[in-house]
Design a protein around this ligand. Structure first.
Ligand code: NAP
Length: 437
């Protein structure tokens, strides 16, 4: 077989795992991994909470993939802006979209457009220093913050808001966000779930971390906690729910220590509106049949919220030239197949569910399909990297290769004092460090 050329769009976990699997299975294949950012690793750099450094160790494995001669990183190249899908399809024997899910889902309630209401995608991108989100300064005046959603992203946000400067300095949170968090006058955090504690999608270790915040008292009504998981769950889910309920009972039993920040856990509270004059001031909630206690079902009540963060899931960004399933917010595909020679993997294939190992399994499955297809019909051996380099050069696109990323990595580490890294958060700075431009 002529050595095939494969393009992967997105250098996050799914893209890296797919590249690695193809490099293993098809020695000799030329694999180009594109990313719109000058930096690789997608949500490991831009999504994983900055105080969960252990989770980020996975990048060591991804770096080994980029050190293989067959695999190139091409950062600062956006498909749809610098290259289009037709050009990829013409130059590579297979194209794999692994572009993740970057857009916030909408709540679709009145007041959602008020200043002071922000989606977790933008909020997390801001504190993680993703270029383009650097200027969001949503924390400056908020005393009471409502975080909507009962998933791990909501937990990340609430936990970080509960941390003090010393704890934040030990993270790689972007500097402007760190300063805003540290100066935040927040006194009340509200974690708002539209369903009950047994329906929350928290994982137990992450939920337990809320109990370890030295300046936060948790307010939770024990009477609203079911004694055991509901019937009908599979064994693993029942175990997680039982453990979550045990953790929540522990929170409810804690004495009120009068700490500077109160964290209120509200369940069965459906957001129906955000109100305020110049910006968000109150979140209006409709209680479901089971609570919160003292609220009659369906009778809306308000909580103060001068910042509302919605952490209710994500949608993928359409890639021009690829079919999009608008109702699910994913690239339209059947089992990873998008069109002849074009595939999708990770969150852009199946939606924003599951942790990094789930994307590994997904990427390996799709990469194996690609390998099988290339083996069955080897094609004519498309021009691949050389032709694409010429196109990018002609268009004046300043790409960042893996050595450029290593220069960014080294510079961010070198300027970090007592922190894992001090991120560069503007494209111009990243390019200048990567390429000396
Ligand atoms: P998620 O786990 O799907 O949680 C989304 C939450 O939003 C759910 O509680 C959902 O409630 C709620 N929701 C959806 N629409 C809503 C609406 N209109 N009004 C009110 N609430 C609404 O999503 P995520 O937290 O964004 O996390 C995405 C994935 O990343 C998950 O697989 C998560 O485990 C993973 N992740 C993992 C970690 C970690 O391991 N530390 C950290 C962050 C993220 P319903 O259940 O009622 O729909």
């Amino acid at each position: 077989m002529i050595s095939p050329a494969v393009a992967i769009v997105g250098a996050g976990p799914a893209g890296c795992y797919a590249a690695d699997q193809i490099a293993r299975k098809l020695p000799g294949a030329r694999i180009d991994v594109f990313d719109r950012l000058p930096t690789p690793f997608g949500l490991v750099r831009g999504g994983v909470a900055p105080d969960h450094q252990g989770t980020k160790n996975i990048v060591r494995q991804f770096e080994r993939t980029f050190q293989k001669p067959a695999v190139r990183f091409l950062g600062n190249v956006e498909i749809g802006r610098d290259l289009d899908v037709a050009e990829l399809a013409a130059n590579y024997d297979a194209v794999i979209a692994a572009s993740g899910a970057l857009e916030d889902r909408a709540l679709d309630i009145p007041g959602e457009d008020l200043p002071g209401v922000v989606g977790s995608g933008r909020f997390v991108a801001w504190y993680n220093g993703i270029p383009g989100a650097a200027d969001l300064s949503p924390l400056l005046r908020a005393r009471s913050v409502a975080v909507i959603g009962n998933g791990n992203v909501a937990l990340d946000i609430v936990r970080l808001l509960g941390k003090d400067r010393a704890a934040l300095e030990a993270t790689d949170m972007a500097r402007p966000a760190l300063e805003a968090f540290a100066a935040s006058p927040v006194t009340d955090l509200w974690l708002v779930g539209r369903r009950g504690p047994a329906q929350a999608s928290f994982t137990s270790a992450e939920l337990a971390e809320l109990g370890e915040l030295p300046r936060v008292s948790i307010r939770l009504d024990a009477a609203g906690l079911p004694p055991e998981p509901p019937p009908g769950l599979d064994e693993a889910a029942a175990r997680t729910v039982a453990r979550n309920l045990e953790i929540l009972r522990g929170f409810a039993a804690l004495p009120d220590a009068g700490l500077p920040v109160r964290l209120h856990l509200l369940f069965h509270a459906m957001p129906v509106a955000v109100t305020g004059t110049a910006g968000a001031e109150r979140l209006v909630l409709a209680p479901g049949p089971e609570g919160p206690r003292g609220r009659s079902p369906g009778n809306p009540f308000e909580i103060p919220a001068d910042l509302v963060v919605t952490a209710i899931g994500y949608r993928s960004r359409p890639i021009p030239g690829l079919p999009f399933d608008d109702s699910r917010g994913i690239i339209a595909n059947e089992g990873g197949r998008v069109a002849p020679g074009i595939f999708a993997t990770g969150w852009c294939r199946r939606g924003p569910q599951g942790v990094i190992p789930a994307n590994r399994a997904d990427a390996i499955g799709v990469a194996d399909q690609v390998v099988a297809e290339l083996a069955a019909s080897p094609g004519e051996g498309r021009p691949g990297p050389g032709a694409i380099d010429a196109l990018l050069h002609a268009r004046g696109v300043e790409t960042v290769g893996f050595p450029g990323w290593k220069r960014i990595d080294a510079a961010e580490s070198a300027r970090a004092i007592g922190r894992p890294r001090e991120k560069f958060i503007h494209v111009a700075d990243l390019l200048s460090v990567a390429n000396g431009t």
